[in-house]
Design a protein around this ligand. Structure first.
Ligand code: NAG
Length: 614
């Protein structure tokens, strides 16, 4: 058997090593909240999870025909403990009748908390800047997209945060809500530092150092700080991922105040007269808008001259999808489409054409979804609700919200003209304008997608293209990584019953999609990242989450269950012809998504959890 995962793992070990300075002060950033240290397991006595997850030996085995090992680390070696997650596993034990399917859930759902929370603590010298460093699992760096998705698996377990109640369980550093806030805060730092980059090193406060990265000599414009950035591939969906995570947290907790927090150092006063009133989160949103607006620029100016590309990337490599043509600018893009360029895909492979449709869908949806978060910051301190704000959302059939509009009447804000009101009015106007800029831009992107991102396919009719260039060329395919075309309803961009989506879905799951893999082991989409012949379990999970058909879901669950090579975890990819050939034994994002999918079935199709797969 060839274990590509083991080979890739070894390659990473050679280029990237993580080492922790075991200082309790450093691990917390503040001596005040020692409790969090106890929550972070994974000491030197704990097994290396990369090898742990490659072993079949962990008893007890599941009692079904696949005899899947128990792959969770022992309780003291888990990186973060969340009682809600343990309670969910226990509740699912009663609902999922098939012993192998339950074992898969039990191994996969907590995997991010068990293995990928490398550090959770406070920012240097602040009392409330929670920070969470989430690795992908087998790579010791934090990807914006992966970490947002990794946490998303636990979104349904968040509960409303009560802002006044300091003793509320969700305000403690050891809460799941704190883990979300910490990830949002750290992403906000990264995005302000380097909005074109996809993967980052641990914050100084963690005491962790990660070597490697930068693919051995990447040339990147704009230049970036190597001590912060691990890799700098500009992927539009990384920016959208931050907005998605922010919206997920806000929608579940209603914790609007969090997004206005400034995290000033303890010794600095947070005066009302501060010129800079914007929070870290708001500054990150500004950075996203500035980056995305700039990346709507086309390759040529009105006079035919080639314009300077705001982002350029070149890597010395033999792999075509790891570098960009045209001096690092990528393939030419038509100006004025309304769509935003992306240099790379969520697979970290170069875009063939830079108007990458799935990331534009994700940006359009989550820019609009986050506008109400910005708008509510314009309310008076301590007088929440005194500004007439109406945020209306159209619900999609899958429970996600599609269009969001914000409507604030600024004239209602001023009841007298003293200075305090003037200052408050200034802030309110700022937030109002920022929220409108977000909804307007989201609408422009959406119109661009519908005008330039759709094509007529002679077999499937009107479908979304994977990528277009605005000149009329398009790339018809789908890749397993989210955002994908298949995942468009999960992104909340389109209803899963929408006719264009339905056509697109039939296309994606057919041999007309050059990256749809079939065989006796597993049928699903893959992509150029690992190569042809390899189907990604993640795509089967998305296929389950975007269909109403019981037959389709059962067939897909059967494939997921039977193709783990007996290891009981989600791989990155599996040969559609040989179960023993796979990549990545430890892929936290896919594991979490599998768990999220089964919880979705519990709510949507509970009878399927009672099925036997023996
Ligand atoms: C994949 O699809 C083909 C038909 O294209 C079918 O014959 C095969 O059984 C499927 N494989 C699995 C694992 O279900």
């Amino acid at each position: 058997m060839v274990h590509l995962g083991a080979i890739l793992g070894a390659a990473f070990a050679a280029t990237s090593a993580v080492s922790a300075r075991p200082s309790p002060e450093n691990s917390l950033g503040s001596t005040k909240k020692r409790a969090a240290a106890a929550a972070a397991g994974g000491g030197p006595d704990c097994p290396d999870y990369a090898s742990h997850a490659t072993s079949h030996a962990h008893e007890p085995f599941s009692s079904g025909r696949y005899r899947l090992p128990y792959q969770r680390p022992s309780a003291s070696c888990r990186r973060f403990q969340a009682p809600e997650v343990e309670a969910t596993i226990e509740a699912m034990r009663k609902l999922v009748r098939d012993p192998d399917l339950f074992r898969l859930f039990e191994n996969c759902f907590p995997n991010t908390l068990d293995t990928a929370i490398a550090w959770h603590g406070l920012g240097e010298g602040t009392a409330d800047e929670e920070l969470t460093f989430v690795t992908t699992g087998d790579i010791n760096a934090m990807w914006l997209r992966d970490s947002a998705n990794q946490l998303q698996s636990y979104r349904s377990l968040l509960r409303p945060v009560s802002g006044k109640d300091k003793a509320s369980p969700s305000s403690s550093l050891s809460s799941l809500a704190s883990l979300f806030r910490g990830t949002i805060n750290l992403q906000a730092r990264y995005i302000q530092n380097s909005p074109h980059c996809n993967a980052f090193r641990p914050p100084a406060e963690s005491g962790l150092t990660v070597t490697g990265g930068f693919g051995g000599g990447d040339i990147v414009y704009p230049p970036v700080a190597h001590e912060v950035v691990f890799e700098c591939k500009y992927e539009l969906d990384s920016l959208a991922a931050f907005l998605q995570l922010s919206y997920d947290y806000y929608a579940a907790t209603q914790d609007g105040a969090f997004f206005g927090k400034r995290f000033k150092k303890e010794e600095e006063s947070v005066g009302d007269d501060d010129v800079e009133f914007r929070s870290n989160w708001v500054l990150a949103v500004e950075a996203i808008l500035a980056t995305a607006e700039e990346m709507t620029r086309g390759t040529y100016g009105p006079d035919g001259r080639t314009l300077f590309s705001p982002y350029q990337f070149q890597r010395p490599t033999t792999v075509a999808t790891e570098t960009l043509p045209n001096g690092g600018a990528g393939s030419p893009v038509q100006a004025g489409t309304g769509m935003v360029r992306s240099a790379f895909r969520p697979s970290d492979d170069a875009c063939t054409y830079q108007l990458f449709v799935p990331a534009n869908m994700m940006l359009a949806r989550y820019l609009a979804a986050c506008a109400p978060i910005v708008a509510q910051l314009g309310r008076r301190h301590g007088a929440a609700g005194d500004i007439p704000t109406t945020a209306s959302e159209t619900r999609l059939s899958n429970g996600d919200a599609a269009h969001t509009s914000v409507n604030i009447n600024v004239n209602d804000l001023f009841d007298d003209d003293d200075y305090s009101n003037y200052r408050q009015g200034h802030r309110t106007r700022y937030y109002h304008e920022l929220a409108l800029r977000m909804t307007d831009f989201a609408e422009t992107v959406r119109r661009g997608i519908e005008r330039h991102g759709r094509v007529h396919h002679e077999v499937y009719g009107n479908i979304y293209a994977y990528e277009v260039d605005g000149f009329g060329s398009h790339n018809l395919m789908d890749d397993a990584n989210i955002p994908s075309l298949l995942s468009a309803p999960l992104l909340g961009y389109v209803d899963r019953h929408d006719p264009v989506y339905r056509n697109t879905r039939r296309f994606v799951l057919s041999h007309a999609n050059p990256y749809y893999m079939t065989g006796p082991v597993i049928n699903g989409t893959g992509g150029p990242h690992v190569g042809t012949g390899m189907a990604w379990p993640m795509s089967l999970v998305v296929q389950i989450m975007t269909t109403d058909s019981d037959r389709e879901i059962v067939a897909l669950l059967q494939q997921l269950l039977s193709s783990t090579d007996g290891l009981g975890l989600m791989h990155e990819s599996i040969s559609s012809h040989d179960e023993g050939v796979w990549t990545r034994q430890w892929f936290s994002w896919a594991n979490g998504l599998f768990g999220q999918m089964l919880l979705d079935l519990r709510d949507r199709k509970p009878h399927l959890l009672a099925k036997s797969f023996q």
